[in-house]
Design a protein around this ligand. Sequence first.
Ligand code: FES
Length: 164
Amino acid sequence: MSIHDEKYAKRIEATFAKYPDKRSAVMPLLYIAQEEYGWVSPEGIEEVAQYCDMDPTQVKSIAGFYTMYSEQPKGKYWLQVCNDLPCALRGADEFHKQLKEYLNVEEGGTTADGMFTVEHVMCLAACDKAPMLQCNFHFVENLDMEKMKAQIEQWRAEAKAEKK
Ligand code: FES
């Protein structure tokens, strides 16, 4: 496992081509590291630091600042439920509670099968589609538990199909 893997070479090259200096590419490269490891692991931080000619401590502090980077291993489906005010006014807190109950996880926890991590985040700028969440950075909007249960079953089926 490594972001030095050939499959990322073109993407990394294209990323560096967009910026005047290597350090500016740190955030896109952190996404690649997160994709490769499933989280921003110490190995990923080291590799990004090498690419960007930065100290790993600086890269780690950037990763720690933003909620889109995870410094802990996550489930295959990382569910970030918005419960900022506009979503809360449309039932996000109750939805979030029911989702955790349905998946039997605590806040920030991952299901025993490693499939789902649930946590809350601040506004994701989709307030007109509240309540909503993002799963691996894709928005799922206008939610209720019936819709969510169907979505969870679909993800489970997709994950099962991938294993075949
Ligand atoms: S408050 Fe939830 S998307 Fe803005």
